[in-house]
Design a protein around this ligand. Structure first.
Ligand code: DQA
Length: 143
């Protein structure tokens, strides 16, 4: 089974960007961790990142035919994007939402995620380990 792991804006800077909030690991480190966890469940991953909302929408549409599940950290688009929510609503497989930081402990504008209305599960505040936990959960959901 192939899992799409989608990452929103500024996550290309993971490891360099506000490390006190997001930690020192890069998105490549996260990908390596997810490959390892996925192997235990027979899952392969496609790790994608974009700073463009429409590109993320297109990947979610593509996932309809190519991915057994989606793990998504929509980053700032969590709080603004109906388009990403709509794309996920048109996707049939499991969707797990990950936030590296605990969005509920941060500014009020981060407390609400439009994406959570579609997510089968949400992880926030576990650092990049949240991705590994989401991979484990994806393994259970798809077995
Ligand atoms: C984030 C939290 C968002 O509020 C923020 O805009 C991000 C990253 C997280 O992983 O903690 O870019 O999704």
């Amino acid at each position: 089974n192939l899992i799409y792991i989608l990452n929103g804006p500024n996550l290309n800077l993971l490891g360099k960007r506000e490390p006190e909030i997001y930690g020192a690991d890069t998105l490549e480190d996260v990908a390596a961790m997810c490959v390892e966890v996925g192997a235990g469940f027979g899952l392969e991953i496609r790790m994608l990142q974009s700073n463009h909302e429409g590109e993320i929408v297109t990947w979610i549409q593509e996932a309809r035919n190519h991915a057994a599940g989606i793990i998504i950290n929509p980053a700032a688009y969590s709080h603004t994007s109906i388009a990403i929510l709509d794309a996920l609503n048109a996707y049939d497989g499991p969707v797990l939402e990950v936030h590296i930081s605990n969005i509920h402990r941060r500014e009020a504008f981060r407390h609400h995620s439009h994406i959570s209305a579609r997510a089968d599960g949400v992880i926030a505040g576990f650092g990049v380990e949240g991705y590994a936990l989401a991979m484990r959960r994806m393994g259970s959901l798809l077995s």
